[in-house]
Structures are given as C-alpha cells and as structure tokens.
Design a protein around this ligand. Sequence first.
Ligand SMILES: [Ca+2]
Ligand SMILES: [Ca+2]
Length: 230
Amino acid sequence: MLNKYTGHTLNELVSCRPFQVVQVLCCMKSLKSLLVTAALLAPAAQANLILNGSFEDNIVAKGKWAWFGADKVNGWEGSNIEIWNQFGGVAAFDGKQLMELNAHGTNANNSWSIFQSFATTVGQRYQLTFAYRARASSTEQFQVSVANLIQTIQNSDKKNWSMFTGYFTAQQNTTTLTFTSLTKGTFGNFLDDVQVTGLSTPQRQSVPTGPMLPLLALGVALLWWRRRAV
Ligand SMILES: [Ca+2]
Ligand SMILES: [Ca+2]
C-alpha cells in the first residue's frame, strides 16, 4: 500500500538507505512548502465594507427616478438621495440603479453631501473604487474624501462611466467616506458601485505543516543513527 505522503510502500521506505529516506522527505518538504507558499500568495477575495454601495436596495420602478431622505437609504447618511432606474435611458454601471449626488428636495446649503461610516483597522491600507458620470454639464464637479484621501473630481463625460480607484490608510477604528457635490443645483454627478476593500500584504514565508514534521524527525533520526554506526 502506497504511503499517501511519500508515494512509496512501507517496505520500500524501510529497506532503503537512510540517505534516500532523507532525500524523499526533503523533496516532499519542498513540494509541500511550494504548495503552502502558493496558497499564501494567492489573492484573497476581500469583502466590500460599503453597505448598499450600488444603490439597489430602494425600490424604484424601471424607467423612473425617486428621491429619498438619507435615513430611508440603507447605509448612507446626509442629504436627500436621488436614485434612478434606467430613467432617460441612462444605464447603471452596476445592477439597475444609480445615484445622483445633486438630488432633489430641500437643500438649504446648496451643497449635496452623503456619507457612510464603516469599521476599519488603524494603520491598514484600503482601496476605494466607484463609478462616476456627468449628467447635464461637462463642468460638474464633486469631492470624495476618506481618511487621508481627499480628491476633487472633474465629472465631464456625459455618455460614459469613468472608474475611480484610490487608496487610503485608516487612522481610526471607524472611517467615514463622504461625497460632496461642488456643483450647485439639482442636476449632476451620477455615482454607482462604491466599494472599499482592505488590502492584505502577501506573506512569503513557507510554513511547515502537520504530517511533515514527524516524517522529517524520522529522517533526522535515521541520519544520526547511520553516522553513529559508521
Ligand atoms: Ca447600481
Ligand atoms: Ca437631481
């Protein structure tokens, strides 16, 4: 019967010279180490820390738009939030619905701003991505801010979605992502598919694992016995 770790029968292992046993075990260790290292280097899928980042949770009829108080929109706070479902033939970047930052309703400050807070680890780096598109003017602008990342975006393309990718390092256990319109009025600045994900640093060291340790110990013991016997 073949040993599942060595690929040799028990008789083959017992009858072979100690040097050969160590060779087999060392080869196996290398193979195992390679497998473990490959697993550690493989990128792990990171969960999106933003709730309702695609603005799909509120029910808006196809071909329509609606506006909601931020307290009626999962995850988000701040100004009123206007959500479109393929209104005017504008397709969402992700799913069926998008959000227009320059919303509808009372806005005494003339500065539309929505934000969402989420748990973070101090010192860890994160990636922020979202899609944006101008609605009515090539001069639409908005600002995005999160931790040490603050950027003003000229939102000029009225026909195509653009993708933003940025990075920040968390400075507190709770971090807030904020979008603020720099263009006044109720037209402008579509947003969709907001995502924040943690970045992990690949670990390059290999780790010996369970079944290999007793076999390596056996190899070392056999080598020691052979040297004493000479
Ligand atoms: Ca969406
Ligand atoms: Ca609007």
